[in-house]
Design a protein around this ligand. Structure first.
Ligand SMILES: NC(=O)c1ccc[n+]([C@@H]2O[C@H](COP(=O)([O-])OP(=O)(O)OC[C@H]3O[C@@H](n4cnc5c(N)ncnc54)[C@H](O)[C@@H]3O)[C@@H](O)[C@H]2O)c1
Length: 436
């Protein structure tokens, strides 16, 4: 079985590596020459636990290949997976230019039956656009070649992508073609052993399922952030409220954490895009509009608390712990740290930052308005407060006594509610959490 994956980012590279690992012959294509050159030299462009080992293993076994040329990698393949980016356009709707370019190229170069599978998160109707675009190109060539389209949205989480792909909760396959269905079932067959579930549906429902899933998760986060803000006003502790809420099996324990707002490459853009889809059809998705508004405000909460605490004395130094939008990734897209840092710098604070993995990525975005440190200890030297933004493991059990000795004043703003107030207060720190 041979397949080609177009777009070698988080989704494309993880998909390619994992499918190669179960025996599929995979070629990953990208238009970014540097990325492909790096991969050909064993350089993994993203930080994702376990990815490097699995890529190396499959390159060495001759099952995983990299190229910039899609047109040279369409012969004898059973399926082409489109995994290019779908960033938000100016009006918030998904920008489909990259998906369309791939469809065009497939139509221009394919020579035999193919299933063209959309793995990127795309608005309802995109797979039909892909089908029409390919057909247009075939018509231009007077080529009578059969093909099918399918939607196979990806649900992996950055930071746990390999585990998610290898042991998925579900694999959603949307297609109206029996032939495409069989091809996709055979590709995913090895994962049967892991007890996964394929859910078959029509294309439009598959496309919508992905947006609905991300929007639901974003809704839980914004909901909990609102309850956390209310906790502060009434004097409750969100950690207790969460424990009480999450123990109800109808609600469940996951994704009930309040914090500094959601970020990353998916939730912000997917919520926006779904709102946009509704609008284009004359339907207002009121809950999701509120989810986005709450999130935008929540990204300001930690900086607001810091500014409020130090009142007019903004000549203080703040140590920021964690920059990536969540732990175990170097992804900085829409990371709340960016907004927090901007606000603190604008208010006149000196900001020292450290992240275990995302420093290089963050430097491109944040630039020289902060002091870049090599360790968490370096950030706290002569600092007045610590702001925990990303809950990396290495920040979970800090050496508070050593840290206290290095700091000027001793305040902790815990943006992820990972520390115990009592313990910190015993050690002489002033503690602020979110909703506690
Ligand atoms: N990152 C995630 O956690 C995640 C999870 C599920 C779904 N998704 C969705 O998957 C899609 C891809 O996301 P990502 O995070 O992997 O994106 P990414 O930005 O990491 O990677 C996209 C890649 O596509 C390449 N590309 C663009 N046009 C191309 C073309 N014509 N030919 C070949 N390559 C091309 C880019 O150079 C880039 O390397 C998006 O729609 C996203 O919403 C992402």
């Amino acid at each position: 079985m041979k397949i080609t994956i177009v777009g070698t980012g988080y989704v494309g590279l993880v998909t390619g590596a994992c499918l190669a690992d179960v025996g599929v012959q995979v070629t990953c294509i990208d238009i970014d020459k540097n990325k492909i050159e790096g991969l050909l030299n064993g350089i993994i462009p993203i930080y994702e636990p376990g990815l490097e080992t699995i890529v190396k293993r499959n390159v060495e076994a001759g099952r995983l290949h990299f190229s910039t040329k899609l047109s040279e990698n369409l012969d004898d393949v059973k399926a082409v997976f489109i995994a290019v980016g779908t960033p938000p356009g100016e009006d918030g709707s998904a920008d489909l230019q990259y998906v369309k370019n791939v469809a065009r190229e497939v139509g221009q170069s394919m020579n035999g039956y193919l299933v063209v599978v959309t793995k990127s998160t795309v608005p309802v109707g995109t797979s039909i656009m892909v089908r029409d675009t390919i057909q247009e190109e075939l018509d231009k060539r007077n080529a009578e070649i059969e093909f099918d389209v399918a939607s196979n949205p990806e649900f992996l989480k950055e930071g746990a992508a390999i585990e998610d792909f290898m042991k998925p909760d579900r694999v959603v396959i949307g297609t109206d073609s029996q032939r495409a269905r069989e091809v996709l079932e055979s590709i995913y067959k090895p994962f049967q052993l892991n007890g996964y579930r394929i859910i078959h549906m029509d294309i439009i429902s598959a496309e919508l399922t992905k947006y609905a899933a991300n929007s639901m998760l974003a809704t839980r986060i914004s909901f909990m952030n609102e309850i956390a803000n209310l906790c502060e006003l009434v004097g409750a502790d969100i950690n207790y409220v969460r424990a009480g809420l999450g123990s109800d099996p109808r609600i469940g324990k996951k994704f009930l954490y309040s914090g500094v707002g959601y970020g990353g490459s998916c939730f912000p853009k997917d919520v926006k895009a779904l709102v946009r889809t509704g609008k284009s059809l004359g339907y207002e998705l009121k809950i999701l509009e509120a989810v986005e508004q709450v999130n935008n405000l929540q990204k300001e909460v930690l900086a607001y608390k810091i500014k409020d605490y130090f009142k007019d004395d903004k000549k203080k130094t703040i140590a920021i712990w964690g920059l990536s939008f969540k732990p175990n990734t170097d992804d900085m897209r829409e990371a709340p740290s960016i907004e927090i840092i901007n606000q603190l710098v604008e208010a006149g604070f000196t900001v020292k930052v450290f992240d275990p993995v995302a420093m290089e990525e963050a430097k491109h975005i944040i630039g020289d308005k902060v002091i870049w440190c090599e360790t968490s200890f370096e950030t706290v030297k002569d600092a007045d407060a610590i702001a925990l933004v990303t809950e990396w493991n290495e920040f979970k059990f800090p050496e508070w006594d050593r840290i206290k000795g290095l700091m000027k004043t001793h305040v902790v703003f815990d943006g992820r509610n990972i520390y115990e107030r009592e313990r910190l207060e015993e050690k002489g720190f002033t503690y602020f959490g979110i909703g506690r």
